[in-house]
Write a protein that binds this ligand. Structure first.
Ligand SMILES: NC(=O)c1ccc[n+]([C@@H]2O[C@H](COP(=O)([O-])OP(=O)(O)OC[C@H]3O[C@@H](n4cnc5c(N)ncnc54)[C@H](OP(=O)(O)O)[C@@H]3O)[C@@H](O)[C@H]2O)c1
Length: 256
């Protein structure tokens, strides 16, 4: 129900009250979305928060410019798959991705148009990255941290940029994790490394939606979703996402 201006019963809205079937909120705390303009789930994925994270991280934080060679980890996920494709569409010289299965690697190459991709579980990231990016990288979009970050520092060209979006390999660590052992290369290579929080970049939302929704409509930017049915399965879906059971955005529907 709603008596607020601009929000009518039957409208679809986004809210930030977490995983639930029912929520009561002031109208100012919801964002109306248009179910006719795009499938509802895309407002949580390719055209939603993960999409803006990819866009802002690449365009603003990593200061991407055409001709850059871009490496992205977690590349078959919601954020990563969008980073690689936006980089390609904006004129990257080479886009390299890493993911945790051969099927995901094939998807990066066949469907998302990455120039090179590798399965990080199959060998040292440093060696696989060196092979995939023989001329080095100018941008690293980090979703993973750990040995991925260390390998990216090793492959970084002069004046490169690292946008640190996530460090999923360290989220469940029970011991302190080692810092990248080669961080001192930041001096000789003069690269810049900056953390990224999507909430700081809401001002890019209109620009992001305009540019990316056009690519989604034209089919130039592709996306996948992994859909789990039933709010009671949310925790399993979340843990599955941490284990890499998702391709693209992990979506939970409320079910019947
Ligand atoms: N800073 C921000 O504002 C912001 C906003 C949104 C998301 N994020 C971060 O961005 C990253 C991606 O988020 P997302 O929502 O798009 O998730 P996602 O990439 O769709 O799903 C997470 C993926 O991480 C990979 N993964 C799990 N453990 C790993 C490990 N030990 N090493 C390497 N990869 C591992 C899995 O894929 P594999 O099969 O490839 O292992 C899994 O599918 C996360 O780190 C998240 O925390 C940050």
């Amino acid at each position: 129900a709603s008596r607020a201006d601009g929000i009518a019963p039957g409208d679809h809205v986004l809210h930030d009250h977490g995983w639930r079937e029912y929520a009561t909120l002031p109208a100012g705390r919801v964002t109306k979305v248009d179910a006719q303009a795009a499938p509802l789930s895309t407002y949580l994925g390719v055209l939603g928060m993960p999409g803006l994270t990819a866009y802002a991280g690449l365009v603003r934080v990593a200061a991407f410019k055409p001709g850059d060679a871009v490496f992205v980890s977690g590349a078959a996920g919601a954020v990563g798959s969008e980073v690689g494709q936006i980089a390609k569409l904006k004129g990257a010289s080479r886009v390299i991705g890493s993911a945790g299965s051969d099927e995901k690697v094939q998807l990066l190459l066949d469907e998302y148009g990455f120039d090179a991709a590798f399965n990080y579980k199959k060998g040292p990231v440093r060696e696989q990255l060196k092979e995939a990016a023989p001329d080095g990288i100018d941008v690293y979009f980090d979703n993973v941290g750990g040995d991925h970050l260390e390998a990216a520092i090793g492959a970084m060209n002069l004046h490169g940029r690292i946008a640190v979006c996530g460090m999923i390999s360290q989220y469940n660590a029970t011991e302190p994790t080692p810092a990248p052992r080669n961080l001192s290369q930041i001096i000789a290579k003069r690269f810049r490394m900056e953390g990224l929080l999507v909430a700081d970049h809401q001002d890019l939302q209109p620009q992001f939606v305009e540019e990316v929704s056009a690519w989604v409509r034209s089919g130039e930017l592709k996306y996948r979703e992994t859909v789990v049915e039933g709010v009671e399965n949310t925790l399993d879906a979340f843990l599955g996402m941490l284990r890499g059971e998702n391709v693209g955005k992990m979506i939970v529907t409320l079910g019947e």
